[in-house]
Design a protein around this ligand. Structure first.
Ligand code: AHR
Length: 558
């Protein structure tokens, strides 16, 4: 059966005739499609606002790691690949469409090895340096020669800020706290923000063609300082953090500092750091507290071993589908637990959460090219993971002020897979496209009730919560996004919005009849969102959420 016919029938509840070549999965989904009419409900409480959804929640990490910058973003000014002063043109065009709020750079772990001075001035005289990631154990073999091995510094601060301007995103720069002194950090801020003519560094910037200051507001103070960023204790990191941020001149910009927060739900790191800062009454210009949460899976729980416990990006049984989403769903409790731990010291919540690394992480083997360290394919499973996570951020719009998917291209849960002149949008890209409608909206409390999905974990019954999602209001336009993680069940759902009428509804869904469906260079448009006709725009609205899907409903209220 054609995917479009499947999707339309699933959503509108129409009868289906199956052709003889249908896949067994599609067949089983379809036979269960109407087993339990209206088994789910969503109630949207428009009078219960949570907070404004910051566009910065829809951000990305771009690290000098494998094929992210070189081959992904940067193709070089003299390339035959269409480019805008060296930046891949197709990537810029695709990013503009989804309105990324922020891009974080130059890492990740790379940031704590990077000297920003290497990446400014004439490109031909920039030094080559050993890339932080050169010795990573994840390389399938010896890394092939190239900038991922010996960093050429052809993409530096000016290029990064230009990329941000081309796509309309705010720059977020991670400082090197492990390898360089605070003075170098202050100089970097001065280079970026000082007006031309005011300082020598500003004049160097202007001489390179950037007369107007970059006005960079967001600065990360190290990265993963409990690990690759210095292996500090929280107390040691607090002292370094203070050294970097106290009396740090913004050169006309009110700087927003982001501290290097925990991995996953590490409360000890957060509590000890916050208690140390509180001792000196030193929250100062601290604006954000970062946290990183990656999803990888192993049956029966998550391995603590870095290398073990990662599944395959493309070949996975049903159990791994659910287990991965189960890992992603932990984001909810990680956010609320961290928020409570911070509240013990920062009672007014001056400091917000910045989830500046998140996404799925698989074992090597599906990367598009052997230079793409940590590169992986991305399927409909990753799309559901992305929708589920972005909905979590929207629901916590009062707590989460920024988030960055890891990473922008050719690495982990990327938006793009690119190699030389080949370029493809992943299913995750399409989710960001659907969800961009939430940006600047007011997040609204919505109550979901839907049966959980049952599956077998390590031979024993387990469950994953059913439908989940988020709602936001922009004037009279209500955006509702919903993920259905169930592999078999269509969820016929009554959606009610008390106290108002519905004037019009449009719906778009991303789904696939094969749970491993993905886009690649040979088949770049295998999976894309499709419009779903709505029979009747009424309140309550009845909608069928297809199995394994991400859906956006745009509802015009009366
Ligand atoms: O995104 C890849 C790496 O994962 C980042 O460099 C690091 O911060 C994290 O551990």
């Amino acid at each position: 059966m054609k995917r479009r016919a499947f999707l339309l029938a699933a959503a509108s509840g129409g009868a289906l005739l199956l052709g003889p070549k249908r896949s067994s999965l599609a067949a089983s989904r379809l036979s269960l499609m109407h087993a339990t009419p209206s088994d789910s409900k969503i109630e949207i409480l428009t009078r219960e606002p949570i907070g404004q959804i910051a566009p910065e929640i829809y951000g990305h990490l771009a690290e000098h790691l494998g094929g992210v910058i070189y081959d992904g973003i940067w193709v070089g000014e003299n390339s035959r690949i269409p480019n805008l002063r060296g930046v891949r043109k197709s990537l810029v065009e695709a990013l503009r469409k989804i309105k990324p709020g922020v891009v974080r750079w130059p890492g990740g772990c790379f940031a704590d090895s990077y000297d920003w001075r290497d990446g400014i001035g004439p490109k031909k005289s920039r030094p080559r340096r050993t890339n932080f990631w050169q010795r990573a154990s994840e390389w399938p073999a010896e890394p092939p020669d190239g900038p991922w091995k010996f960093e050429t510094n052809q993409f530096g601060t000016d290029d990064f800020v230009r990329l941000c301007r081309l796509i309309g995103a705010q720059p977020y720069i991670a400082a090197n706290l492990r390898g360089l002194p605070a003075k170098s950090f202050n100089d970097w801020v001065e280079y970026c923000n000082s007006p031309a003519g005011a300082t020598t560094l500003a004049d160097i910037r202007a001489a390179a063609g950037a007369r107007d200051p970059f006005n960079v507001r967001f600065w990360g103070i190290g990265n993963e300082s409990w690990g690759c960023g210095g292996n500090f204790t929280p107390e040691e990191y607090a002292a370094e953090y203070r050294r970097f941020t106290s009396w740090s001149p913004g050169n006309g910009v009110e700087l927003s500092f982001i501290g290097a927060g925990p991995s996953d739900g590490d409360i000890d790191w957060t509590s000890r750091f916050f208690s140390k800062l509180a001792e000196r009454k030193a929250f100062g210009s601290m604006w954000g507290w970062s946290l990183h949460h990656y999803s990888w899976n192993v049956s029966g729980g998550r391995s603590t071993d870095w290398q073990k416990g990662k599944g395959d990006a493309l070949n996975y049984p049903e159990e791994e589908w659910y287990e991965l989403l189960h890992e992603a769903d932990k984001m909810e409790s990680i956010i609320t637990d961290q928020w409570s731990a911070m509240a013990a010291f920062d009672r007014t919540h001056q400091v917000k959460l910045v989830v500046d690394e998140w996404g799925a992480w698989y074992k090597p083997g599906t990367q598009a090219h052997n230079s793409h360290l940590l590169g992986q394919q991305s399927t409909i499973r990753d799309a559901v993971l992305a929708g589920l996570t972005l909905d979590t951020f929207n629901r916590h719009a009062d707590k989460v002020a920024m988030a960055c998917l890891a990473q922008l291209a050719n690495c982990l849960e990327a938006l793009f897979i690119a190699h030389q002149d080949k370029f493809v949008l992943t299913p995750t890209y399409h989710v960001f496209d659907l969800y961009s409608a939430h940006q600047h909206g007011t997040s609204i409390r919505s109550v979901f009730s839907s049966p959980p999905s049952g599956y077998i974990r390590n031979g024993r019954p387990a469950t994953l919560r059913g439908l989940s999602g988020s709602a936001s209001l922009n004037d009279r336009l209500l955006t509702l996004t919903v993920t259905n993680p169930d592999l078999k069940m269509t969820r016929e759902t009554g959606i009610s919005i008390p106290g108002t009428t519905i004037r019009a509804v449009t719906a778009t869904s991303l789904t696939a009849s094969d749970i491993h469906a993905h886009n690649d260079f040979d088949n770049p448009r295998n999976i894309e969102p499709l419009g779903v006709p709505i029979a009747q725009a009424r309140n309550p609205l009845i909608f069928n959420f297809p199995p394994a899907s991400v859906t956006r409903l745009s509802i015009t209220l009366g």
